[in-house]
Design a protein around this ligand. Structure first.
Ligand code: ADP
Ligand code: MG
Length: 631
C-alpha cells in the first residue's frame, strides 16, 4: 500500500470539536496540565501492558523495563512523550481519540459553568485528558503500535485540533505510543529542561514507572557522546512507603492521579495490614460527589494492585456499592499475580480485604463525625444518600452505619439529626423513635400525622429522600428503640398519653360508632377500616397504613417505577373534635353525607401527596358544597 492510499482524513465528532474549542480558548490558565494528562495516559498504558503480560509474556517483546521518556527539541519546537506500554491498533486509535462515545463527555458539557477556572478543573475528570495537548500545541502527532502487533502496522494520527484528523499506517519497530506536540506560537517556555522537570516533579512524581529525560549538558561541547537519560520522578509506588516519608503534596498529587479530581479530598486513609493476608491501602474520600454517582454502572474508583502490579480498576468486589465514591488503591501481597478477573469475583482473600477496608473506612467517617463536624457535614451532603444504601446492603456493619445517619426532624430542617441526638431528646415516657416518610421534606413536614406530635412536643424524624422507605424497612430498631412510622398502624403513644386522654378517646368512640359505620359504607372498597384518630388536632381526617405491609410512600415509589404493586387499602381516621366531622355526624341528607365523606377522603389522599381517583368528580362535589355557602 502506498502512503497516499492508506492515509485517510476523518472528521471529529461534533462534541469533540466543541471540546477542543473549549480547551484551546478557555482552559489556558492551567496549561501545565497537558503534561500530567499525557504522562498519566502513558502510565495507564504501562499498567495495562503489565497486566496483560501476566498471562502472555511475549507481549513484552523482550523488553519488560517499562518507562516514559519526555524530550524536547528547541529547533523543531516540539515536545515528545513516549512510552513502551500497551499501544493501540488502528481501530483503537480511531475509537479512543477522535470519537468520544464516552458517557463522561456529555456530563462534562452539562457541568460547564462558564467560569474558566472552574471549568478547567473538570478536564481529566471526564476522560478527556488527551485533548488537553491542544492547549499548548497547534499540531499533535501520535504514533503508536500495539504490544505484540505487526511492526508494519503502526498508526500515525495527526491533527491541528480544528475539526479533522488523519490516520495512516506507518512502520513502527518498537511498541507503545509516542506523542509529539508542535508548540503554538509563544509557548517556548516549555522548551526548557528545568521547566518540564518542574512540572513532572510537581504533577507526576508518584507515577510508579520511571519518567526519563535527557541529562542536561552545560557549556562544553559534548558532541559524539551517547545521549544519557536520567529518571526525573521518584518512581516508587507511593502507597508502599511509610507515612512519614510522604509529603502532603505527594498525597494530594496521588489523589489527583487516581481520581482525576483537582479539588482537595475530604479525608484519606493510608494503612498497612499485616498478618496472613497482607495489604496496603491508600484510600480517599473526595470532597464532592463524582458526576456518575447515580449512574447505574458508575466507574469503580479503587484500583487493585498485587505487589505493585496493576490488576484492575474494575473489581466491583473491591468496595461495596454504597462506598462507590471512594477513590484510591489497594495493593495485596497475598493474592496471586496471575489472578483473572473472573477469579476475583469469588476470591476469599479479596473478600477479607474488602471487609477490612470497609471497617477502616467506616472508622474514618466516624472520626469525621466526631472530630471534624464541618467536614462531616460536607460528607453527608455529598454522600449521605449513598451511605444510606449501606443499611440495606451491609448487614454486618448496619449498626455502625446507623450511627452515622443524619436526618431532618420537626426540630431541624437540615439533615443534621443523628439517631443518638434524637434519643437524647426523647420525652419522658417516650419509648420509640418516631419518623414519617414522604415524597419530599415538605410533604413529610406538612403531613397531618404530625399534629399530635407537635402538640405534645415530641420530635419526629422527617424522611423525604427516596431511599428512606427502604431504609426504614431495614432499620426497625436502633439501640433497643423501635423505629415507628407515625403514619402506620393504630397509633399507640404509650406513656406519652395519660390515662385521662385514653379514656376520653374511648368514650368518644362510643358516640361515633354509628357515624363510623355510615362512613364505612360510603367508602366501601376504598378503605380497610375507619376509626377514631389519636393523631389529629387540626385536620378532619387522614389516611394510615396498616401496621404491617408496605408503607404508602414505598407503594407510590414502586408504582412510579412501573411495578405492579398490590397496594393495601389504607385506614381512614377521623378527628372527632373537628367541626366538619361534627357536621357529618349530624348530616341527614344521604347525598350530602356521601359527598362530604368522599371529599374528606380525597382531601386526605391529597394531603399526603397522593393522586385521587377522579379529580373531576372531586372538584364537582366541592363546588357543590361551596355554592351552598353563596346562596
Ligand atoms: P482517559 O485517560 O480518561 O481514558 P484520555 O483522553 O486521556 O482519557 O485518553 C483517551 C484514551 O486514549 C485512553 O483511554 C486510552 O485508551 C487511549 N490512550 C491515550 N494515550 C494512550 C497511550 N499513551 N497509550 C495507549 N493508549 C492511550
Ligand atoms: Mg487520560
Amino acid at each position: 500500500m502506498s502512503v497516499a492510499e492508506n492515509k485517510v482524513t476523518l472528521g471529529f465528532e461534533a462534541e469533540v470539536k466543541q471540546l477542543l474549542n473549549l480547551m484551546i480558548h478557555s482552559l489556558y490558565s492551567n496549561k501545565d496540565i497537558f503534561l500530567r494528562e499525557l504522562i498519566s495516559n502513558a502510565s495507564d498504558a504501562a499498567d495495562k501492558l503489565r497486566f496483560s503480560a501476566l498471562s502472555n509474556e511475549s507481549l513484552y517483546e523482550g523488553d519488560s523495563q517499562l518507562k516514559i521518556i519526555v524530550d524536547y527539541d528547541k529547533e523543531q519546537r516540539t515536545i515528545t512523550i513516549a512510552d513502551n506500554g500497551i499501544g493501540m491498533n488502528r481501530d483503537e486509535v480511531r475509537e479512543n481519540i477522535g470519537t468520544i462515545a464516552r458517557s463522561g463527555t456529555r456530563h462534562f458539557f452539562a457541568s460547564l459553568t462558564g467560569d474558566e477556572a472552574k471549568d478547567s478543573q473538570l478536564i481529566g475528570q471526564f476522560g478527556v485528558g488527551f485533548y488537553s495537548s491542544f492547549i499548548v500545541a497547534d499540531k499533535v502527532t501520535l504514533e503508536t503500535r500495539d504490544a505484540g502487533g505487526d511492526p508494519e502496522e503502526g498508526v500515525r494520527w495527526e491533527s491541528n485540533g480544528e475539526g479533522e484528523f488523519t490516520l495512516e499506517t506507518i512502520k513502527k519497530a518498537d511498541r507503545g505510543t509516542k506523542i509529539t506536540l508542535h508548540l503554538r506560537e509563544g509557548e517556548d517556555e516549555f522548551l526548557e529542561g528545568w521547566r518540564l522537570r518542574t512540572i513532572i516533579r510537581k504533577f507526576s512524581d508518584h507515577i510508579s514507572i520511571p519518567i526519563e529525560m535527557q541529562k542536561e549538558t552545560y557549556g562544553d561541547d559534548e558532541d559524539g557522546k551517547p545521549v544519557e537519560y536520567e529518571t526525573v520522578n521518584s518512581a516508587s509506588a507511593l502507597w508502599t512507603k511509610s507515612k512519614d516519608e510522604i509529603t502532603e503534596e505527594q498525597y494530594a498529587e496521588f489523589y489527583r492521579h487516581v481520581s482525576h479530581d483537582l479539588k482537595e479530598p475530604l479525608a484519606r486513609l493510608h494503612s498497612r495490614v499485616e498478618g496472613t493476608n497482607e495489604y496496603n491501602l491508600l484510600l480517599y474520600i473526595p470532597s464532592h460527589a463524582p458526576f456518575d454517582l447515580w449512574d447505574r454502572d458508575p466507574k469503580h474508583g479503587v484500583k487493585l494492585y498485587v505487589r505493585k502490579v496493576f490488576i484492575t480498576d474494575d473489581a466491583d468486589k473491591l468496595m461495596p456499592r454504597y462506598l462507590r465514591f471512594i477513590r484510591g488503591v489497594i495493593d495485596s501481597d497475598s493474592l496471586p499475580l496471575n489472578i483473572s478477573r473472573e477469579l476475583l469475583q469469588e476470591n476469599q482473600l479479596l473478600e477479607k480485604i474488602r471487609s477490612g477496608a470497609v471497617k477502616k473506612l467506616l472508622g474514618l467517617i466516624e472520626d469525621l463525625a466526631k472530630n471534624e463536624p464541618d467536614k462531616f457535614k460536607v460528607f453527608w451532603k455529598e454522600f449521605g444518600q449513598a451511605l444510606k444504601e449501606g443499611i440495606i446492603d451491609d448487614y454486618k456493619n448496619k449498626d455502625r452505619i446507623a450511627k452515622l445517619l443524619r436526618f431532618s426532624s420537626t426540630g431541624n430542617d437540615a439533615q443534621e439529626v443523628s439517631l443518638d441526638d434524637y434519643i437524647s431528646r426523647m420525652q419522658e415516657g417516650q419509648d420509640k423513635i418516631y419518623f414519617i416518610t414522604g415524597d419530599s421534606l415538605s410533604a413529610a413536614k406538612n403531613s397531618p400525622h404530625l399534629e399530635i406530635f407537635r402538640k405534645k412536643g415530641v420530635e419526629v424524624l422527617l424522611l423525604g429522600d427516596r431511599i428512606d422507605s427502604w431504609l426504614t424497612d431495614h432499620l426497625s430498631d436502633y439501640e433497643g428503640k423501635h423505629l415507628q412510622s407515625v403514619a402506620r398502624g393504630d397509633l399507640d403513644l404509650g406513656k406519652l398519653e395519660d390515662e385521662k386522654e385514653k379514656e376520653d378517646i374511648n368514650n368518644v368512640s362510643h358516640d361515633f360508632e354509628a357515624l363510623i359505620e355510615k362512613i364505612k359504607k360510603a367508602l366501601d372498597g376504598k378503605v380497610a377500616d375507619v376509626r377514631i384518630s389519636h393523631r389529629l388536632t387540626e385536620s378532619p381526617a387522614c389516611l394510615v397504613s396498616e401496621a404491617y405491609g408496605m408503607s404508602r410512600t414505598m407503594e407510590k415509589i414502586l408504582k412510579e417505577v412501573g411495578q405492579n404493586v398490590q397496594g393495601s387499602k389504607p385506614v381512614f381516621e377521623i378527628n372527632p373534635s373537628h367541626a366538619l366531622i361534627a357536621k357529618l355526624k349530624n348530616e341527614t341528607d344521604e347525598t350530602r353525607f356521601a359527598d362530604l365523606t368522599l371529599i374528606l377522603f380525597d382531601q386526605a389522599v391529597l394531603s399526603e401527596g397522593g393522586q385521587i381517583d377522579d379529580p373531576a368528580a372531586f372538584v364537582h362535589k366541592l363546588n357543590g358544597l361551596l355554592q351552598q355557602l353563596i346562596v
